[in-house]
Design a protein around this ligand. Sequence first.
Ligand code: CA
Length: 373
Amino acid sequence: MSFGIDNLPYGSVIGADGRRFAAARFGADVLDLSHLDPDLFAGGTLDAFLAGGRPIWTRVRADVVDALTADRYPLTPLADVTPVLAFTVADYVDFYASEHHATNAGRIFRPDGAALTPNWKHQPLGYHGRSGSVVVSGTDVPRPRGQFLDGDAVTFGPTRRLDFEAEVAFVVGRPGSRIAVADADDHIFGVCLLNDWSARDMQGFETPPLGPFLGKSFATSIGAWITPLDALAGVRTAPRQDPLPLPHLRETDPAHGLRLDLEVRINGQVVSRPPFGAMYWTYAQMLAHLTSNGSAVRAGDLFASGTVSGPDRGHRGCLLELTWNGTEPLDRGDGATGTWLEDGDEVTIAATAGAVTLAEVRGRVLPSVSADP
Ligand code: CA
């Protein structure tokens, strides 16, 4: 069954009686984790649990397996609870770790220059995002408004180039700084899918010279259920990196690549199957780089891979690439084609890791809501 005993992702839900509780997902049910440890899960979130570190994560996972195997507590049907954000998002960082995505973006925006910038293979590039606009899967996303060019004129209004970015995100538990690649798994609890909604016209006008800002900060959706790294031991893979990065960023054996197979659907129609196993940088290298200057990470920090794209057209993880910046309409099924997201479109990102399923991240685009400011 999906979400069986080898998976057991964690989340936070509101029950039919209005009570919020931390839960482990098992098949079509959830287990209230306060049965296992009322103090650790007292707030109904994963916050204290994440901060506890790997010994706590290992103990609780064993206790959950034992409770489910022995039928120790009553379960609640998944259909009777409403998932909310599983943890308090501390800081949020988004990387740019797919060589295929970075190469495609470079070709689109710098057709006469090198596709990759000179720094790209020496460090996982990223930017600091906005943790307050991270929302749980199922949350509607109103079309954002902002500045962009209409011909040569600067205008303000609802974005005309709304996009998704299919990404994989990592949730930090144990705090730390200057974290070695080899120690990453002591600090990272687990994985979820992430949609970095992007307004390409706003992004294009505002980005030089300081980077992404309002074109990406209006909403970032994450899956409701965090799959522990423990469940992904069977899909580890080593990245191919040439040239080798500096010693503090070199991968270890075993390495930290993950063979996750993503699938992106718009209104139920599959539009892409991005392979996470083809990523250039691993999550351990991202964490090592993020903390290499002495910057610290805290429990609840979230960092994402950047758009996941592979070598083929059907692997591209955003509409920017799938439609080549709006110049090649995409087959939406039933003869329909389109370029950017339209009001009412629902984007779903799903993934499997061998026999393990990651919880999908889903969101629907709503019309822009506000009047002109
Ligand atoms: Ca992104």
